[in-house]
Design a protein around this ligand. Structure first.
Ligand code: PCA
Length: 333
């Protein structure tokens, strides 16, 4: 008998003439959690969180049963955080920088060129984890783990050599940083969720995008564009959050099982992400996408844009941002 159908338990018990006290003492009701993610089944993040759910199920003998709902099918990306906060779902995954409008520290992982490889991204995460966890805790949310996407680059439908090649393009964005970089290179940003990318290109709504080799491969970028510039701008992270309320309802052993599985999911996810960078770049090439590095002209433009965005971010992130940068510099030394 599951917790989702208490009514069934009562009627069955009544029909059988079993007292509620007996039922309460014998029935082992499993807890069922629905877990929305905006991303599709192909994405390594989704594979990773499904493994997390399996680990929890196994460690608790099925006492905590987490069902992952991929592709924004249960709750749209924009609503996931608030849905967890309001108790509509107990747990969910979203991209951390999506919360930049609440506090700029959530987009520290989307500042261009602050951390462009996995080691730096890891140091940056270690430097920012506590402050980010505290901000979420103030909203009765607990961050269980965070895993980066591969480095972000630029997809276009033509060779990208000169800074002017980006002018006036309609560029798909997924957070404020990808929006801002589009503006600063003279393109026009449009927010599009991953599942809607192929349609956005095929209908001409967008003609360029900033994302990872992973998302390009998952959405079969070769069907709608031809070039990927591996600019390695930043490594944005997904995070899995749970509400304090749902977490505190678990018994101690189950809480520990969740925390253990979360720690494993974080380690595994970072490894998967590294591997995915190479694998997805190979898939892009196999399917005819031309992969290149920025030309010196383009690199100069991106560097300048990166400096502007770093200043803007530091201004918005204030003392908390400065503390993160200081810890990050110390960790890198
Ligand atoms: N894929 C997600 C986030 C970053 C990435 O690589 C997206 O494009 O929305």
């Amino acid at each position: 008998m599951t917790a989702r159908y208490p009514f069934l338990a009562l009627t069955t018990a009544a029909a059988l003439g079993i007292s509620l006290a007996t039922l309460g003492s014998t029935a082992q009701a499993a807890t069922e959690w629905d877990m929305p993610t905006p991303y599709g089944d192909m994405t390594f993040h989704t594979v990773n969180i499904r493994e997390f759910a399996d680990d929890v199920r196994e460690a608790t003998d099925g006492e905590l049963d987490i069902t992952v709902h991929s592709n924004g099918s249960l709750i749209g990306h924009a609503e996931i955080k608030n849905s967890v906060r309001r108790g509509i779902v107990p747990i969910g995954e979203l991209i951390m920088s999506r919360l930049a409008n609440e506090n700029a520290i959530f987009e520290v992982d989307s500042v261009p060129y602050l951390a462009t490889g996995y080691e730096d991204a890891q140091s940056l995460w270690e430097a920012s984890r506590e402050i980010i966890a505290e901000e979420l805790a103030a909203q009765q949310l607990r961050i269980l783990f965070a895993v980066p996407w591969p480095p972000q680059g630029i997809y276009t439908q033509h060779a990208l050599e000169e800074p002017d090649d980006l002018k006036n393009l309609s560029m798909r964005a997924y957070n404020t940083a990808s929006e801002r970089i589009a503006q600063l290179v003279g393109a026009v940003p449009t927010q599009v969720e991953v599942p809607d990318i192929p349609t956005a290109f095929s209908t001409g709504r967008v003609d360029a995008m900033i994302t990872s080799p992973a998302t390009g491969a998952d959405t079969k970028a070769w069907d709608y564009l031809s070039h990927f510039n591996h600019a390695q701008l930043w490594l944005p992270k997904n995070m899995v959050i749970v509400s304090d309320q749902a977490f505190s309802r678990l018994d101690e052993a189950t809480q520990q099982a969740v925390l253990d599985a979360a720690a494993e999911a974080e380690t595994r996810g970072w490894e998967m992400s590294r591997q995915e960078t190479d694998d997805a770049l190979a898939v892009l090439k196999e399917n005819g996408i031309e992969v290149s590095e920025p030309t010196p002209e383009l690199a100069a433009l991106l560097k300048e844009v990166g400096e502007t965005m770093t200043e803007e971010w530091a201004g918005r992130a204030g003392d908390q941002g400065a503390a993160i940068l200081e810890a990050y510099e110390a960790a890198r030394d």
